[in-house]
Design a protein around this ligand. Structure first.
Ligand code: THU
Length: 138
């Protein structure tokens, strides 16, 4: 069962979200979009902070935004992320852990760069053996 919107189209939405990135320290802007079960698109961008630690990646911004908006964990159907990298950008380890908890293991993840390269993977392929508390594994 594919989603109604293509990976390429999701990347275009992620590109639009990237324009909102707040990255004055790294100058590295990232955009993301998360597709809800009902077709809702949740945009995310990285939001940096002068204390560095509080910086939030684009992927987690989109995921937390969707949860805050009332969408349920594992109800999402795809995620796309884009950054200015040589190869398609790949999510950081922290975002992989968050995706592993909030997204279905087989959910497609589209990774892209500004040159139009795109790769498709899944949540479980990005973080095999992700940590889960015992009560989450049922
Ligand atoms: N960043 C993301 O937003 N997503 C990624 O997948 C990789 C890294 C952000 C965090 C920080 O604001 C900047 O990119 C440099 O690491």
């Amino acid at each position: 069962m594919g989603s109604a919107i293509s990976g390429e189209a999701l990347v275009q939405h992620a590109l639009a979200a990237r324009a909102h990135a707040y990255a004055p320290y790294s100058q590295f802007k990232v955009g993301c979009v998360l597709l809800g079960w009902d077709g809702t698109l949740f945009a995310g961008c990285n939001v940096e902070n002068g204390a560095y630690g509080p910086t939030n990646c684009a992927e987690r911004t989109a995921l937390f935004r969707a949860i805050a908006d009332g969408h349920k964990p594992r109800s999402f159907t795809a995620l796309a992320v884009v950054g200015d990298t040589e190869q398609p950008i790949t999510p950081c380890g922290v975002c992989r852990q968050v995706m592993a908890e909030l997204c279905a293991p087989d959910m497609p993840v589209y990774m892209a760069n500004l040159k139009g390269d795109m790769m498709e993977t899944t949540v479980s392929a990005l973080l095999p053996g992700a940590f889960q508390l015992p009560e989450q594994s049922t």
